[in-house]
Design a protein around this ligand. Structure first.
Ligand SMILES: *[C@@H]1O[C@H](CO)[C@@H](O)[C@H](O)[C@H]1NC(C)=O
Ligand SMILES: *[C@@H]1O[C@H](CO)[C@@H](O)[C@H](O)[C@H]1NC(C)=O
Ligand SMILES: *[C@@H]1O[C@H](CO)[C@@H](O)[C@H](O)[C@H]1NC(C)=O
Ligand SMILES: *[C@@H]1O[C@H](CO)[C@@H](O)[C@H](O)[C@H]1NC(C)=O
Ligand SMILES: *[C@@H]1O[C@H](CO)[C@@H](O)[C@H](O)[C@H]1NC(C)=O
Length: 442
């Protein structure tokens, strides 16, 4: 069994390597010299347009109205990130998510920048239900995680994360690092959960804490070693989550404890969320206490964060604010940011700004660009969450039957699927045809 398995693996490996071995000139020297510290890594090459995403979008075009079709057609050529959220996504076969993406990218004349989302910590998504982990610190008999068992340091879960997820991922990284530019967004929501959700016993216990702290440390250190020139961005949520001073400071404290800062190019913000971009203020905290109400940077605040004394009232201002906290705590470090703009195009039209699931009023934001509001701070805007993929299922699945990972936020009035006449939402990550048609035309 073991022998057969390893034989299968090495055959798949040969197949992948030979498929990747036809990349045009310059491959022998490799691309690492193109990525200098002072160079914005997203300006070196174009951004990857994902054929898997294209196929999903295309599947919605046939049944689209004329108005929807125009918007959907644009999505066929829009770069998106590639989520690696299961061990199957990094498996050494030609069909895994990462194998397909990197092989496709290696066939471009000058292979494009592929943004990969590393998202599979044990006890993942401790504060919600919709993306709960496939690895557990303490598994129930039916395979779900017993988040409330905080009796271990999550040794077993972390071992699986390293051996069944990160290490297979590293093999792909080593194989393609000289050919395909890669950038990584590390573990959305995880560290932010340890900042603000500790009172939730599923997040605040020893096991989940150890999983996130040790898992992120391992992921960052090993990715950085496997590909020193690949930029790493740690997820830093958004202003409505970590924008308050004590939360930003709490985040920076955890960051320092991890001792990984120098390996990070910076942070990814607004991943899978909807906060509006806004306009950068002349200084951090410029609008607080009712100051400068007529300045354009203070006028955009659709979630009412300023009156709650939050200087991160829009995406851009949150980044500038977090940057100042990080820089005052860590000497000589200047973080760079990438922003998920996939669904923040309409300003923030949610009735309840805490809703993160399949928001009906969402609209496409600015597609991939390196022409950002401040090029020394923001490397790129990119659709990190591919628009059209579900954030989580409604209580009843589209095909009937109870959704095993139902989160009550996905039943909010703001979420597609909650209104009479709307189709039910599929599980997180699955294609949601009805929702993309709405997003595309909003
Ligand atoms: C798009 O979908 C149509 C059917 O609706 C199919 O004929 C066509 O081959 C698809 N194109 C791509 C690029 O997948
Ligand atoms: C989480 O782990 C860190 C060490 O990595 C420790 O300093 C901290 O106290 C832990 N927090 C909780 C809530 O267990
Ligand atoms: C992302 O940006 C949009 C609009 O700018 C905003 O509505 C959303 O809350 C943000 N998402 C996150 C995770 O911050
Ligand atoms: C961009 O931000 C940096 C760092 O805060 C600042 O020094 C610089 O003046 C800004 N550039 C522009 C064009 O506003
Ligand atoms: C799995 O088992 C746990 C604990 O016995 C239970 O609470 C949970 O509802 C079960 N989940 C599913 C999807 O069966």
């Amino acid at each position: 069994m073991a022998l057969l398995y390893s034989l299968g693996v090495s055959l798949a490996l040969v197949a992948v390597i030979s498929a990747a071995a036809s990349p045009g000139k310059g491959a022998k020297k490799g691309i690492s010299s193109l990525f200098k510290k002072k160079t914005n890594p997203y300006t070196v090459r174009r951004a990857f347009i994902d054929p898997v995403y294209k196929k999903q979008v295309n599947s919605s075009i046939a049944s689209a109205s004329a108005g929807e079709r125009a918007a959907l057609t644009e999505l066929l050529t829009t770069p998106t990130a590639v989520w690696l959220s299961t061990k199957a996504d990094v498996q050494r076969n030609r069909k895994s998510r990462i194998a397909k993406a990197l092989k496709q990218a290696s066939r471009w004349k000058n292979p494009p920048m592929v943004t990969l989302i590393v998202y599979n910590l044990p006890n993942r998504d401790c504060a919600a239900e919709s993306s709960a982990g496939e690895f557990c610190c303490s598994p129930n008999k039916n395979g779900t995680c017993n988040f409330l068992d905080g009796s271990t340091m999550c040794e077993d879960g972390l071992r699986r994360y390293q051996n069944e997820y990160i290490k297979p991922l590293l093999k792909f990284v080593r194989e393609y690092r000289k050919i395909v530019p890669m950038s990584f967004v590390v573990e959305p929501d995880s560290l932010p959960n340890l900042v603000t959700n500790l009172e939730n016993p599923k997040c605040g216990n020893k096991a989940t804490n150890s999983s996130y702290m040790n898992g992120i440390k391992f992921a960052v250190n090993s990715l950085s070693e496997a590909c020193p020139h690949c930029p790493l961005y740690l997820d830093a949520a958004h202003g409505g989550w970590l924008g308050w001073e004590d939360s930003s400071v709490g985040f920076v404290k955890l960051l320092k404890k991890l001792r990984i800062v120098r390996k990070l190019r910076g942070f990814a913000i607004n991943v899978s969320n909807y906060q509006e971009m806004g306009v950068i203020c002349p200084e951090v905290g410029f609008c607080l206490d009712g100051a400068n109400p007529d300045h354009e940077c203070c006028k955009i605040d659709s979630c009412g964060l300023l009156e709650k004394f939050n200087p991160g009232h829009t995406i851009l201002n949150y980044a500038m604010s977090l940057k100042s906290y990080v820089e005052s705590a860590i000497d000589g470090y200047e973080p760079k940011f990438i922003v998920d703009t996939s669904r923040n195009g309409a300003g923030d039209a949610r009735e309840d700004c805490s809703v993160w699931c399949n928001v009906r009023s969402a609209a496409l934001g600015e597609p991939f660009t390196t022409e950002t509001a401040n090029k020394t701070v923001f490397d790129a805007y990119l659709y990190i969450k591919p628009p059209g993929e579900s954030d989580g299922c409604t209580e009843i699945l589209p095909e009937g039957g109870k959704c095993p990972r139902f989160d009550s936020v996905c039943a909010s009035d703001d979420s597609v699927g909650s209104k009479r006449g709307e189709p039910r939402a599929p599980e997180a990550g699955d294609w949601f045809d009805y929702m993309i048609k709405g997003i595309a035309t909003n």
